[in-house]
Ligand binder design. Structure first.
Ligand code: SGN
Ligand code: CA
Length: 732
């Protein structure tokens, strides 16, 4: 953990000068912060980062007059999660916003709230995408969800939506400037977060940039035709390729259905076009129609081979993307000009960043999510006159969880110990040079399983030279040497020459997970990418919605087995007792956590829930017993919150394996030793019936557990009999 920065001295000075009560005096000390942020803007499309494909003079100005960070990384490369990491200074598993679609808990500790506490005015205008309303801001005006490029709606602080005529990037800039000029209190320091929608999909540019790149081709990336060989097999399953996953209307800006279904998906029309006024539509069509007609003509005449079609798609995509960025750059220029005009430049920190990077055709992709460089990287430019010299260029490994701590320290506020990021202020004062104790590796985790673009859950670490990724879905490691293979085309995890490096990186991975409190057993996880799991989960949710159950069994395959080898016993014991089976084979604690918070409890209010879970945590991943116990605890907490009247029979995990020294069995015993303490004897009653399945010498008979893990019909009968007195005692 970073040390708590105690700013008592500053506080005394502020108090003596009256600053705490008369904030105007503070302005010289407390810098304003203008946080300009965009969505999906990859560093390789910023001049200062060496872009080969576009020019961004205004963004470059921030770098030129301040610092550029070349090793700036995202903690979780997706929109809402990245924003939650920034607000909280914590990795996703602790701030609770793991994937788009979660709802941000605004009552948790966030840096804007803490800045308010030290006298700042806080404002956010633009894309928010965290579902709940912004908390900790004196002023906010945010796009609903993803927002729109054309004639966007913005949610007002009273909850009403206001529609603006015009182009989103310009409107967000206008409104941010209006707040600076007219609404803020000039006697107080401010943090203004100006957050663009652009250049997010579907990359709809403004009219003034329609003709940019009109008559030129944009350079293609080297890896546009990546075949995904030599890396995790899961790469092949992606649904974010230029080749297969662009929509004719939405992405490629054609009207109607595609005549070429082999090359283009057809589902999504261009929703932006539908929002346009007649004049906007006319301007749009004047720009796109001739090119579209020409492409259709060439396709119909058979002039284009598959490769050329892909190249055409790349040009359409990248040009629109870059045109959107040009408008962001224009907006940044207007903001910087205003700071000059209003004489605010000297006392204002300006940062530019984006929620993550993006694939601009690299690896044949658009979108983000993967831990490969293009989407792991985030731009981070910062200007701080008087502190950062012009032209600082830093290779320090920074992350979005560092922004909050940095702003807090700059504002003279304490950085709470619970924030996992670190303040960059000392490094900024040292012109981008990290101290000896600065981090040597970053931790990354992506959780959005079973979602758009089908990128698997994975996590990993990156040092200045190596990157290690772990894919739980296939249980694969991938290791990249960024010096010899900067484009990450070949994993070297199995190369004997890298054996020591692999071992070292795996240790770094384990240690960083411990350092950041990453316990997979407690992080809600869906297996929705597995059709059988998805179907069973959905059917249980449907059944649970019907409501009437007195008894619920919750668990993994051993519980699910009541419908298989245990069926006769189930019918006998529970057939007439309104019982529901919420077991899914292969589940670990994290999956049960997901299910119970994503519909599986439906409307049920059972008298008794019988819970047994954890054997797969041990069997599949060798999670530590304490980690698994924490997972069980979380499940009990969920049950307490959602079903406060329900009594829980918490089973010790059944024994497994051939003999008493079977390692997986020992792990279950260790878990049981911990979870039995979670029972209060009232709401939660611990019940261990494992001895029912053991022979006198501690072995397990195959007539009871044919595979030494799952019960036979006889085994189920023994389970039911051992459980019965407890159920009776609990009123069933
Ligand atoms: C939308 C996009 C996806 C994108 C996600 C997340 N589809 O679903 O391409 O990956 O947002 O983006 S779209 O058809 O709506 O454009 S994020 O930046 O918000 O995380
Ligand atoms: Ca984004």
């Amino acid at each position: 953990m970073p040390p708590i920065r105690s700013n008592w001295l500053l506080k005394i000075v502020l108090m003596l000068t009256g600053c705490l009560s008369v904030p105007s005096l503070c302005q010289a000390k407390q810098p304003n912060i203008l946080f300009i942020f965009s969505d999906d803007h990859a560093p390789q499309a910023i001049g200062a980062y060496g872009s080969k494909i576009n020019q961004t003079p205004n963004l470059d100005r921030i770098a030129k007059e301040g610092a550029i960070f070349r090793n700036s990384f995202c903690a979780n490369s997706i929109c809402g999660p990245s924003r939650a990491c920034i607000l909280t200074g914590k990795h996703s598993h602790l701030n609770g916003f793991l994937r788009n679609g979660n709802k941000f808990d605004g009552n948790q500790l966030t840096f804007p709230q803490l800045m308010k506490d030290v006298g700042y005015q806080t404002a956010i205008i633009g894309k928010w995408h965290l579902s709940s309303d912004p908390v900790g801001f004196d002023h906010w005006e945010v796009l609903p969800g993803q927002g729109s490029y054309y004639n966007p709606d913005l949610i007002q602080m009273d909850g009403k939506r206001k529609r603006y005529d015009g182009y989103c990037t310009d409107i967000i800039t206008d409104n941010a400037l209006a707040w600076l000029k007219e609404e803020r209190d000039p006697d107080k320091p401010f943090i203004l977060m100006c957050q663009h929608k652009a250049p997010h999909r579907n990359w709809s540019p403004p009219k003034r940039h329609f003709s940019l790149y009109k008559d030129t081709d944009v350079a293609e990336p080297d890896t546009l035709f990546d075949d995904y060989a030599n890396r995790s097999s899961l790469l092949q399953q992606n649904e974010m390729s230029l080749e297969k996953h662009f929509h004719w209307g939405h992405d490629m800006k054609f009207h109607g259905d595609t005549p070429f279904p082999k090359f283009f998906a057809s589902r999504h029309q261009n929703g932006e076009y539908n929002r346009m006024t007649d004049q906007q539509k006319a301007d749009w069509d004047a720009a796109y129609q001739p090119e579209n007609d020409e492409f259709i003509r060439r396709m119909k005449s058979g002039e284009l081979n598959d490769k050329q079609v892909l190249q055409w798609k790349y040009q359409r995509y990248i040009k629109d993307y870059l045109r959107c960025i040009q408008a962001v750059d224009d907006g940044v220029g207007r903001m910087l000009d205003y700071l000059d005009e209003a004489k605010l430049t000297d006392n204002t920190i300006v940062t530019y960043s984006s929620d993550q990077g993006f694939y601009l055709g690299e690896h044949g992709w658009y979108d983000k999510r993967w831990m490969f460089e293009e989407s792991l990287l985030m731009p981070f430019l910062i200007r701080w006159p008087g502190v950062i010299n012009p032209g600082v260029d830093s290779d320090a490994l920074i992350q979005n969880i560092d922004y909050g701590p940095t702003f807090l320290e700059a504002a003279g506020a304490d950085v709470p110990a619970e924030m996992q990021g670190r303040s960059m202020v000392p490094m900024l004062k040292d012109q981008g040079k990290p101290s000896a104790s600065w981090r040597d590796a970053i931790y990354y985790a992506y959780y959005e399983n079973a979602a758009v673009h089908n990128v698997p859950v994975h996590d990993g670490v990156r040092t200045d030279r190596y990157k290690l990724m772990f894919f739980p879905r296939s249980r694969e490691w991938n290791l990249f040497d960024l010096e010899t293979d900067p484009q990450e085309m070949k994993t070297v995890h199995a190369d004997p020459q890298y054996a020591d490096i692999l071992a070292g990186m795996q240790k770094r991975y384990r240690d960083l997970r411990t350092f950041y409190d990453v316990n997979t057993a407690t992080i809600p996880a869906t297996r929705g990418d597995e059709p059988r799991w998805r179907e069973r989960d959905a059917s249980m949710t449907k059944l649970a919605r019907t409501g009437e159950f007195d008894l619920a069994f919750i668990g993994d395959s051993i519980t699910q087995g009541w419908e298989g080898r245990g069926k006769a016993t189930w019918d006998k014991f529970y057939g007439s007792r309104k019982a529901i089976n919420l077991g899914i084979g292969g589940d670990r604690t994290e999956h049960v956590i997901w299910r119970l918070t994503h519909g599986n409890l439906g409307k049920i209010k059972p008298k008794v829930a019988v819970l047994m879970i954890g054997t797969n945590n041990t069997g599949h991943f060798q999670q530590e017993p304490s980690e698994v116990a924490a997972g069980v605890k979380k499940i009990l907490d969920i049950l307490a919150e959602r079903l406060p009247e329900t009594k829980v029979v918490l089973h010790g995990i059944f024994p497994r394996g051939a003999g008493p020294l079977d390692l997986k069995r020992l792990n279950n015993i260790a878990i049981n030793q911990q979870i039995r303490r979670l029972a209060d004897g009232e709401r939660v009653q611990y019940l261990e019936v494992g001895d029912q399945f053991l022979e006198a010498d501690g072995t397990i008979s195959k007539t009871i557990m044919p595979d030494l893990l799952h019960l036979s019909p006889q085994g189920y009968e023994r389970w039911a009999k051992a459980l019965e007195p407890k159920l009776k005692q609990l009123g069933l």
